[in-house]
Ligand binder design. Structure first.
Ligand SMILES: *Cc1c(COP(=O)(O)O)cnc(C)c1O
Ligand SMILES: [Zn+2]
Length: 485
């Protein structure tokens, strides 16, 4: 079935305040409730019409679009009706995001860990992190918005732990005018690879002394005072796009999510919000008939959500924390803007799927980096946040929170290459003390220099090759074939 066409149907999207319940039309940019200041979620008021189509039929439609060659129905947009059925075909910006593979962990790796698990490689998105899912949706909406308002110039702005800015700059560069990208980064707190991305895309890159939470406050002030498009996950359009992660897992498992446990690193908490909302949406439409369990994972160095849920249920008090350096740097956030959304959705989630369907586990920095290295050594491209998920799985297993018959899906939210500097620090034992990481020298891997004392430039090429081969053979104790006979 490959005869998909872009849908005619449009939803009726409205911002809904999770604080006071007010509704606002989607025809303008809005980040917080004008009445009470709380965060918003986007809801499709026409969603009940989607129920006229059976869950089985929806599955057929989405499966049918798998093979389409229509860009506007590719990747995350094959779930158009579930994501943001507002932009027209000409507005959709698809840069190849979505449809990332779920890779079964190497068999011996699963045996070592003691449970069945896989990585969903969201580092295989165009800017090498899951942030592209949300940006594709946000930029499609922005194009639609600019067209409808006739806006001549719109500055897109975001605070970032690295990957949001990489994604925002990439999509803005692709779309071009009237959009122009500005990113605000905590100085020295993003990796060189991440920093190179918005620079390469031609964004205006501004650095602020401080941590992510400080940058976030700055862009919040700007978004209130000026007409700029805020692209942090406070922007609910991003949450809609990121729901595609949940849809893809369901589809990958033939729409059967029973027994699945999704492990997600929690920073600003947009991703876990999106995944819960996406699962609930599919459940309400009868596209899936069992919800997966959701495990949020946080580092001891940035753990406000873990702390919140660690308190007795009737006495929980929300308190931001001051972050300490973390190798899971993309999730190093002490005051997540989406926390109220998490609380709101987690309540709904456990009502439907049971008390144990939403949990937050905590891991140490040492565990995170060693889990990332272990994953990489078993052929996976997990980043430090993917390592954080694996460490979370191990802790959940040790605490008996997950067990036989279940399967864990770890969100490797970015590509390992973005975080190779932390691997280097581990190998060279050069972590600053605040990280609290003591490398195991046995895990260090460094390049070894061959023919260290030879002046290679002065040798004839044949000679260099012969000596080089000898040096390799010596290093590896190779036995000549001749002498074996
Ligand atoms: C942004 C990011 C996170 C944290 O996601 P939130 O939605 O902020 O919780 C985790 N990992 C990577 C690689 C990220 O870029
Ligand atoms: Zn409100």
């Amino acid at each position: 079935m490959n005869n998909a066409t872009f849908p005619e149907w449009r939803g009726r999207l409205e911002y809904v305040c999770i604080g006071c319940g007010s509704h606002f039309p989607a025809s303008n940019l809005l980040y917080t409730c004008p009445k009470c200041g709380s965060v918003l979620l986007l809801e499709d008021m026409a969603a009940p019409e989607l129920k006229k189509t059976s869950g089985v039929k929806w599955r057929e439609i989405f499966d049918g679009r798998m093979g389409t060659r229509i860009p506007a129905l590719s990747g995350i947009f094959r779930f158009y009706e579930l994501i943001a059925p507002l932009p027209d075909e000409e507005d959709i910006v698809w840069l190849g995001e979505g449809n990332t593979p779920e890779i079964e962990a190497a068999k011996r790796f699963q045996q070592e860990v003691g449970i069945s698990f896989s990585f969903k490689n969201d580092g295989q998105n165009p800017s090498a992190s899951f942030k592209d899912r949300g940006m594709a949706c946000a930029f499609s909406y922005l194009k639609w918005l600019c067209r409808h308002h006739g806006w001549k110039e719109v500055l897109t702005i975001c605070a970032s732990t690295g990957d949001t800015s990489a994604a925002a700059a990439l999509y803005a560069a692709y779309v071009g005018p009237p959009l122009k990208s500005v990113v605000l980064l905590p100085m020295g707190k993003v990796t060189p690879q991440q920093l190179s991305q918005p620079l390469a895309s031609g964004a205006v890159v501004l650095e602020l002394p401080g941590v992510f939470d400080d940058c976030m406050r700055v862009v919040e002030i700007l978004a209130k005072k000026y007409r700029v498009a805020l692209l942090n996950s406070k922007n609910s359009w991003r949450i809609l796009g990121q729901q595609s992660y949940a849809f893809e897992i369901a589809q990958w498992h033939d729409w059967n999510m029973a027994g699945l446990c999704l492990f997600v690193p929690v920073g600003n908490a947009g991703n876990i919000t999106a995944i819960m909302a996406g699962c609930l949406k599919m459940y309400e439409l009868g596209i899936i008939d069992a919800l997966p369990r959701i495990f949020g994972v946080q580092s001891e160095h940035a753990n406000p959500v873990f702390r919140y849920y660690g308190q007795p249920e009737d006495k929980r008090i929300w308190q931001p924390v001051k972050v300490r350096p973390s190798v899971a740097q993309a999730a190093m956030i002490g005051n997540p803007v989406s926390f109220p959304r998490v609380k709101y959705l987690a309540e709904k989630y456990v009502q439907v799927a049971g008390e144990k369907s939403f949990q937050i586990v905590q891991v140490s920095e040492q565990q995170i980096i060693e889990a990332m290295l272990a994953a990489n050594r078993h052929g996976h491209i997990a980043c430090t946040q993917g390592g954080e998920c694996l460490a979370g799985l191990k802790n959940a297993l040790a605490q008996g929170l997950i067990g036989a018959g279940e399967k864990a899906i770890l969100d490797s939210t970015a590509h390992s290459l973005k975080f190779s500097g932390f691997q280097e620090k581990y190998f060279n034992d050069s972590f600053e003390p605040e990280y609290e990481i003591k490398p195991d020298p046995a895990l260090a891997n460094r390049p070894e220099e061959l023919l260290a004392n030879v002046e290679a430039a002065s040798l004839p090429v044949d000679e260099l090759a012969a000596r080089g081969a000898d040096a390799v053979a010596n290093r590896l104790n190779l036995i000549e074939i001749e002498s074996e006979k």
